[in-house]
Design a protein around this ligand. Structure first.
Ligand SMILES: [Fe+2]
Length: 185
């Protein structure tokens, strides 16, 4: 089994009988752009798609050692090990949940302008250790953007009681430093 990125194909070599061996035939999947690299020992179907032209597809392997998740009609699960899966599952109200889990890292990357995380309800971020937000330029806004103000407020004063020639209740001037680009409502 080997992937040939230059040819955009995955190829397999399959022993059909002790005497019959197909060398380097394409491994077809259900969609252009979906690549699956079988493992040595996987059982696959061989199809003759033309005169002495073959493709392999669809592994027929014994079940994996990890548990199969509960699945209903129309559900789709791509599971790699006990902790790593991509799962679409229909809910009782007809909506479909998408669960993405990995026992390694999960990376979401956008090389375009925007990575949106949008929820009609709550967004919960839970971290067992540190959380960091890196912003190379622009503002970080927490809360209602229209009413947000800088965490280090630039436009405020403090009352204080002066002494000596300045005795009595007085009001400080605003801070010398400009506000930050982190804004909170
Ligand atoms: Fe202050």
């Amino acid at each position: 089994m080997f992937a040939e990125p230059a040819e955009r194909h995955v190829y397999v070599s399959v022993k059909v009988t002790p005497e019959e061996y197909y060398e380097k035939i394409a491994f077809a999947t259900t969609k252009s752009g979906l690549w699956v690299v079988p493992e040595v020992g996987d059982m696959v179907e061989i199809y003759e798609i033309g005169r002495e032209s073959y493709v392999a597809r669809t592994p027929h392997n014994p079940p994996q050692e990890f548990d199969m998740p509960p699945l209903s009609e129309g559900d789709f699960c791509l599971k790699f090990n006990a902790e790593t899966e991509l799962m679409f599952s229909e809910q009782s109200d007809g909506s479909i949940n998408l669960d993405v889990r990995a026992d390694g890292n999960i990376t979401l990357s956008a090389t375009g302008e925007t990575l949106d995380v949008v929820s009609a309800g709550d967004v919960n971020l839970t971290a067992a250790s540190d959380s960091r937000v890196h912003v190379d330029g622009g503002d970080v806004v927490i809360g209602d953007e229209a009413n947000a103000v800088g965490v280090a407020k630039a436009d405020h004063t403090h009352p204080y009681v002066g002494g000596g020639d300045n005795s009595g209740s007085r009001t400080s001037g605003p801070p010398n430093e400009a506000g930050t680009t982190t804004l909170v409502e």
